[in-house]
Design a protein around this ligand. Structure first.
Ligand code: URA
Length: 237
């Protein structure tokens, strides 16, 4: 959409609107190669605006999507082994998105992809303590002692884990499902916590991230986050 030049210059953080008007009058601003006049409008996706010779780039629209990651995808932007990438699943968004944190190749579930660095930092920085809930299936059963150790924190090779929450334990055949909520995001943390208890993980799915869940999103599908959800994520302390 075409906007007045002084507004575009102010939005780029170069000057106040008033100051930008003075720059236009002083001939410091070119519009498509010609000196701009007060009142000129431009659309940075089609017009070239230069201030003191420097071209103003169109600000990229910030987008965040919530993906229900299937097993068998890597959550990096490249894979030397040529495996499928989570970004291959996001097909109708022109911006280059990157994953917020990681889920292992065989972990499923909720993964955010964004081009918004501030949002990514809020969600993934360990100091912000964002709760992440995983649905875990292990072989065998989960004893009361194991629950206690998970909840108290257990020693891994990179230190003791913070207190976790275990809920909804249920047996299914020769295995056991439970929900584990942690707020740290160490590499392969849930699998390593289970390994430390001698448990073998059969399935792992992230089902919640703070107030976000997977409701209505089929495996391999995604949705754009609403503005209100983005505001809420950016308020995470
Ligand atoms: N913990 C794991 O072990 N793997 C994941 O992908 C996420 C959390």
């Amino acid at each position: 959409m075409a906007e007045r030049l002084q507004k575009i210059i102010a939005q780029a953080g170069l000057a106040s609107r008033r100051e930008a008007e003075k720059w236009i009058e002083a001939g410091r601003v070119l519009l498509n190669g010609q000196p701009a006049k007060l009142g000129d409008r431009a659309d940075l996706t089609v017009d070239r605006v230069q201030v003191d010779g420097k071209i103003l780039a169109a600000a990229e629209e910030k987008i965040t999507v919530l993906l229900n990651k299937p097993r068998g995808y890597v959550s990096t932007l490249k894979d030397p082994e040529g495996r499928r990438l989570v970004t291959d699943l996001v097909t109708d968004i022109p911006q280059r998105l990157f994953p917020v944190g990681r889920l292992d190749f065989n972990t499923e579930g909720l993964l955010l992809l964004t081009n918004d660095g501030e949002l990514a930092q809020r969600v993934s920085h360990p100091s912000h303590h964002v709760d992440k809930t995983y649905l875990v299936k292990v072989r065998g059963s989960l004893s009361a002692e194991m629950v206690k150790r998970l909840e108290r924190g257990l020693i891994l090779d990179d230190g003791k884990t913070a207190a976790a929450k275990v809920e909804n334990i249920r047996m299914a055949g020769s295995g056991c499902w439970f929900e584990l909520t942690i707020h740290e995001g160490r590499n392969r943390q849930v699998r390593r916590m289970c390994e430390a208890l001698g448990l073998s993980v059969v399935r792992l799915k992230r089902i919640r991230l703070d107030f976000l869940d997977l409701s209505d999103i089929a495996t391999g599908r995604y949705r754009r986050l609403r503005d209100s959800e983005i505001v809420k994520l950016k308020k995470i302390k």
